[in-house]
Design a protein around this ligand. Sequence first.
Ligand SMILES: [Ca+2]
Length: 480
Amino acid sequence: MKPFLITLLSSFLFLTAQGKDQPNVLFIAVDDLRDWVGHLGGHPNAKTPNIDRLAKRGVSFAHAYCSAPLCNPSRISLLTGIAPSRSGVYGNGERLRDKLPDAVTLMQHFRASGYSTRGGGKIFHGTSAYDKDSWDFYFKPSGSKKHHTKHDTSLPKSAWVPWAPLDCGDADIFDGKVASWIVSELEKSQSKPFFLAYGLTKPHLTWEVPQKYFDLHPIDGIELPPITEGDLDDVPGFGKKLAREVYDPSGERNFAVKPAGDHANVIANRQWSKAVQAYLATISFADAQIGRVLDALDRSRHADNTIIVLWGDHGWHLGEKEHWRKHALWDVSTRTPLIFSAPKGIAKNKLCQRPVSLIDIYPTLIDLCGLPERKGLDGQSLKPLLENPKKEWDRPVVMTYGFNNHAIQTERWRYIQYHDGGQELYDHDRDPNEWTNLASIPEYAPVMAKLAKSLPTTNVEPVGERNNYKPTVSDKTSKP
Ligand SMILES: [Ca+2]
């Protein structure tokens, strides 16, 4: 296209956007944040005053689920609107433009509609971060990422303990530096409507944040997550594998942690309470940085014309189902906070109980901002639920982990089907902790058959032999 045509086109798009007085978007991604957030009630010791005040300004979803319980596939599906089973992006090893060269990302669509798109921190995962088609500008903080930690030196070298207080201030850490840049962006006047993305890298491991956040959560008062003895006994073999290994479907870093997994390691080293404390502390640190950004928006000229969306990319186990980390298809691995606030047009201070997917964020934002619709998105706009959080919403949520392993969530049921035919069924009305797998009980066969109708009909083959499932943990001693 000739330069003057490009100028003409961008002027037209600019005027279109300005003419409609389109709202700005503040897009906040929080890495590895589960429901341990004050207003969601996921943990009694959680302290997140800033995420909670954001929830009061809009609608928070109590049952929002990722499309995949791992950074890269969760984020690529959210940001392209294409589910993992259609893109073939299953693990952390696949790159956005290798797999989806022609995908129009959420940011690209905003850009093409007259917005400036600027971001910093972790929005995409890894090498996909600086996708040039998505961003007008992407901020990279400078300075060392290394800080002085106060690790417990009495533990053996084999202990897995990536958590300790730090001897530094908030502004010395990556997320604090990016928050400062976001604040400076919000203080500017803008000639175009903006899409401004703040991607926090916490509470992802390592759980190393300043001492004051550990002091907020004294070790003596820490409550451990609910568990039940022998929880994995009724889980099929592939589910046990997910509980005991760090399994990445792209083969990026698959390894057996220990024959019995992370959980046995944490227990053997008496680290459970300390880990829970450190995750809570790291969440409080992330919350404080979000507070800085919200304060800056409220002080700014953009306060009355900015939509805010905050999302975590998936959940995180801290011992439930004898499992740690994400990498599994259970509720704790897949459920994450999702909050929308807007100056007008959506409900305030409401907790929506309908199950929704992070893949719905793309069509919701283009709906809220009045942008042109896009065909081929796997999600659906949540605007009707943002207007009326109690509206009927009979849309099962699909989650995928690796090739042809899926979970289906409705208001009552969670159904899991692995690639080898292994199945799990949990009744969330009676068993929110997913302790009793009902899949082998004949009376539930019709329930499972109905849920199975929502399984994806397309399962794009993963590329390369390394994606194949190779068992490395013996299940010989386990029941089926
Ligand atoms: Ca993550």
